[in-house]
Design a protein around this ligand. Sequence first.
Ligand SMILES: Cc1cc2nc3c(=O)[nH]c(=O)nc-3n(C[C@H](O)[C@H](O)[C@H](O)COP(=O)(O)OP(=O)(O)OC[C@H]3O[C@@H](n4cnc5c(N)ncnc54)[C@H](O)[C@@H]3O)c2cc1C
Length: 353
Amino acid sequence: MTQLSATTRVNCPDAALLARVMTDHLIEHGTQIVPVSETLWTLASSNGDARIIADGSSLCIETFAPDTERLMEMKYLLASHVGEFNLDNGADIRWQGDGEEIASLPNLRRLKVLAVLDLSPNMRRITFGSSKLKRFDTHSALHAKLLLPPNGGQLCLPKLTPRGTIDWGSDTERAIIRKYTIRRIDPQAGTLDIDFVLHDHGGPGSRFAAHAKVGDVIGMIGPGGGSARPAQWNLFAGDETALPAIARLIEALPAGARGVAIIEVADRQDEQTIRQVADIEITWLHRNRSIRTNALARRVAAIELPADRSVFAWAGTEFSNFRKIRSDWRSPNRLAKSDHLAVSYWRDGHAQT
Ligand SMILES: Cc1cc2nc3c(=O)[nH]c(=O)nc-3n(C[C@H](O)[C@H](O)[C@H](O)COP(=O)(O)OP(=O)(O)OC[C@H]3O[C@@H](n4cnc5c(N)ncnc54)[C@H](O)[C@@H]3O)c2cc1C
């Protein structure tokens, strides 16, 4: 098979440190990365491969993919994470090699609001219309980055520059990015649903959902992130932000799959019906207007995992619960690294970056 390739070099004060922070973050989010040495990391994904090489104050990234679209995906994955962790140094990423002729981001879609429905007091479903959604219809990558207009501003979607860099517009135009789960998708009909938690802290994601009306347009980039591997026995844990992912994962499990789900919501009215052919026992925890606690992590730690079947455990929740759950799952004799994925979905007091 023909292999396309592209290379970039980024200047930064400590390339090994940048590579470590970036690869740790990608591993946390389910990307397969092997640290080969103190200065070399290899990355393998369904789109292609990459080598990340730290050389003093220069970070070199080589990426390989079978076609231009997947090469663009690889460039975007790597460039966006270099940008995220090397922001202070104004990373100017310029790719050289194949794929320079692509004019628009292949993983970017315009979404138009078709319908708004309140599922419960704190959860609003928005149905969007779009085109070419097939690539987003996968259970191995459930979430997408939504591109929202800056407060009071116009939506400015990113463009590919002729050099393969991404032009996000000026600081005042730049779209705000928030991660959300695709709850339901129908590529043939050109529609998808996203369920937004309506929280009181005034973030752009929640604010968009609170004011969304038919005809509004936002952007979507993706899909992304790791997922749960179906097992004979499945454990799901999360708060309401992960409810869309947990519901979609449970709905996709085959008959005969067993397990438990512990889901924390504000109160009984925020529970949802999850249809399934599998046998997942769902327990709802209610905060009942109390402040957030570690009740979810405590319940998850008390679960006995069966030793006689394949097991996969998945969690998505607020940072402090995420940390406790992950350290429980990683403790000796609990779960192998390949048998669990815990992700921080949001952090109390911090806007998403
Ligand atoms: C992979 C992934 C998938 C996700 N899927 C979904 C999804 O399908 N539906 C969904 O609603 N969320 C989902 N989330 C969580 C969502 O991205 C975060 O809650 C995000 O912070 C919301 O953005 P915002 O602009 O509303 O708030 P931000 O601007 O990020 O934060 C502003 C303030 O609001 C607080 N805040 C953020 N989220 C909450 C919350 N849920 N409750 C209370 N306070 C909060 C922050 O601590 C901060 O103080 C997902 C996150 C990830 C990583």
